[in-house]
Design a protein around this ligand. Structure first.
Ligand code: NAD
Length: 360
């Protein structure tokens, strides 16, 4: 990779603890470190048992449990959660769960300024970003605000043992997508390149081990380490075509988040490949290949992940509508985002055929 001595990098303060059992053993200490004594614990319905264990460990520092997180943070859910935090007299919130639980806590933080501790149970990376999202009338709005970025993140490999293999794989590829797009972001930097390369190497090393043995705590820890690195890349840079495509496919067409990232990533990367030689060098090193897009497509296939938008319920007739939305607003991307180009990416992803790198 050629060195570019022209960049801006901003790091935000935040603590990270990674250790088996940390959800219960480390969260109270993080609350104490932040000087918080009345925490509202937030989770989704499915994660309630683990969240209750965290709440119990917090003891007198727990001000209540709010088990209502759902995908994409509907505004009415956010309003209820804000009211619950106020009613409990909370001085902080703890998210236990995936991107949905963390997203609901970010909505509370956005409206109240309360500090947030995240205890992630997937590899979405939301815990490392100042990005919030809210869904209203079928449209998802996102924004950046430093006050929603968690002050402490507690990574507990044991918390992810219950992640089924399909979600382990797709959530892991969701993390890879952050690293991939960070490498060619307009605000990338040498530090981001280091984190992205290590994140991709660690995640693609862990996923085959977890597909073979989902109970491997060491590999679970490695995947969370990778999620931390990839999430940090997401938090520090501006994402391009891939994230925009997934945002539209999830927000407007209701496609599932991690699975959509998994299907689209090889095609978005192939589309951008002619314009990103430095990023391809880094990815090639991390993946041990000279064709990163093809390697990611093959990895998904080997691990039994979905490889076509058709499998996820997307309709071929919606390709043009989705392409129009993706091209509707200007955003950073290494190659121009044209309607024809986006339609070609979506058509290939719809079919799930091997990705092909276009001419320049
Ligand atoms: P999620 O939190 O909805 O979890 C997906 C599913 O997995 C849910 O059904 C959940 O109950 C289940 N689950 C979670 N952890 C589990 C575990 N350990 N064992 C068993 N089941 C478990 O989804 P996600 O993929 O983690 O996150 C996606 C959401 O996060 C989307 O809304 C996305 O937009 C958002 N996101 C935001 C950012 C950001 O920076 N703001 C970054 C990434 C994702």
């Amino acid at each position: 990779m050629t060195f570019s001595g022209d960049f801006t990098y901003e790091s935000r303060p935040g603590r990270v603890v990674l250790r088996p059992g940390a959800a219960v053993s480390a969260t109270p200490g993080e609350a104490e470190h932040l000087g918080l004594s009345r925490l509202l614990v937030v989770c989704g319905r499915r994660g309630e048992a683990v969240a209750r264990a965290v709440a119990d460990a917090l003891g007198d520092r727990c001000a209540g449990l709010h088990a209502e997180a759902r995908m994409h943070v509907p505004v009415e859910d956010a309003d209820r959660a804000v009211a619950a935090a106020r009613a409990a007299g909370a001085d902080g919130v703890v998210a236990v769960g995936g991107g949905s639980s963390i997203g609901l806590c970010k909505a509370i933080a956005l409206h109240t300024g309360l500090p947030l501790i995240a205890v992630p149970s997937t590899y979405s990376g939301s815990e490392m970003t100042p990005v919030w999202g809210l869904t209203e009338n079928g449209a998802k709005r996102t924004g950046r605000d430093p006050k929603v970025q968690p002050r402490s993140v507690v990574y507990d490999p044991e918390l992810t043992l219950s992640l089924p293999v399909p979600l382990t794989v797709t959530s892991g590829v969701n993390a890879l997508a952050h690293a991939v797009e960070a490498l060619y972001a307009p605000d990338t930097s040498p530090l981001i390149a280091l984190m992205a390369e290590e994140g991709v190497r660690a995640m693609t090393g862990a996923l085959p081990e977890l597909a073979a043995d989902p109970g491997d705590v060491e590999a679970r820890g490695q995947a969370l380490y990778a999620a931390w690195l990839c999430g940090s890349c997401l938090g520090a840079t501006t994402m391009g075509l891939h994230h925009k495509l997934c945002h539209v496919l999830g927000g407007t067409f209701g496609l599932p988040h991690a699975e959509t990232h998994t299907v689209v990533l090889p095609y978005a990367l192939a589309h951008n490949s002619p314009a990103i030689p430095d990023a391809l060098t880094v990815l090639g090193r991390a993946l041990g290949t000279d064709d990163p897009a093809q390697a990611l497509w093959e990895l998904a296939g080997r691990l039994g992940a979905p490889r076509s938008l058709a499998e996820l319920g997307f309709k071929e007739g919606d390709v043009a509508k989705a392409a129009a939305q993706v091209t509707g607003q200007p955003y950073a991307n290494p190659r121009p985002v044209t309607a024809d180009g986006v339609r070609a990416v979506l058509a290939a992803a719809y079919e799930g055929r091997p990705p092909s790198v276009p001419d320049r």
